[in-house]
Design a protein around this ligand. Structure first.
Ligand code: DC
Length: 234
């Protein structure tokens, strides 16, 4: 049987990327972080002054899209892929609260989504991909063989993100992190185009109380079950 496509969606800081990376490693699949692509576009718009204080003129964003090239390159010494914007490694520059605060607005622009969805669909053409995001099971890969939808309590999510940001040396309070997360969820769920929602055929995993190991075990069991279901139909 050829390799499957695995779609993982969910709210911010639900541990989607941790799980997606671990599944990809366990199955020898490619991991693709769709959020990194929206973050890279946001970084470009901030650096060019097109996005300022959370505001932008959609036409300016749209006309800048042609000048943006986003790619993932595998770094063998790190054992993972990193995000490149116009040939420059931006992996570190896209993972901070400056980007997190601005990314939801940019990701609500239809043309931004069209450009990135096309790249994402090309990455998934051959199967063997685990992609995480907000619209992977609903829009990018509506026919994915496995769809997971991750949730966790607001408290757990805010604490996780706070810890991450503190480790990177950011000076931010837990309350501020919680507020930013709520805002991001609201925009992601209420935007007109491809809002975050659980696909009808997605299986939900609430990892508030799960260890990383048991979360991975749960997901691999779901994938195994789905594989044998598909094999018995073949
Ligand atoms: O997964 P993340 O936190 O890195 O994603 C950053 C933002 O990008 C998220 O708040 C919404 C947007 N996003 C999206 O709209 N669609 C995706 N498939 C992935 C991310």
């Amino acid at each position: 049987m050829s390799k499957l496509t695995i779609a993982i969606d969910g709210f911010s800081s639900c541990g989607k990327s941790t799980l997606a990376k671990e599944i990809a490693q366990a199955l020898n699949y490619i991991y693709a972080d769709s959020g990194a692509m929206y973050r890279a576009v946001t970084l470009y718009m901030l650096d060019k002054g097109i996005l300022k204080d959370g505001a932008f003129i959609p036409e300016q964003v749209i006309s800048a899209l042609d000048k943006i090239d986003i790619a993932f390159k595998f770094d063998a010494s790190l054992g993972k892929s990193e995000t490149y914007l116009n040939g420059v490694n931006v992996e570190k520059d896209i993972r901070n609260s400056r980007i997190s605060k601005n990314v939801s607005g940019i990701s609500a622009v239809k043309e931004v989504r069209e450009k990135l969805v096309e790249i994402q669909q090309n990455m998934g053409k051959t199967g063997g991909v685990v992609m995480d995001g907000r619209d992977i099971g609903t829009v990018v890969f509506p026919n994915a063989e496995v769809k997971l939808f991750m949730t966790a309590s607001n408290r757990v999510r805010a604490e996780r993100r706070y810890k991450e940001l503190k480790e990177k040396g950011e000076n931010i309070s837990l309350d501020q992190v919680a507020e930013d997360l709520q805002k991001r969820d609201y925009i992601d769920m209420n935007r007109e185009i491809s809002p975050l929602r659980k696909a009808d055929d997605a299986i939900e995993i609430d990892n508030s109380e799960l260890t990383r190991a048991s979360q991975l075990e749960t997901a691999l069991a779901i994938i195994k079950k789905q594989k044998s279901k598909l094999l018995s139909k073949a």
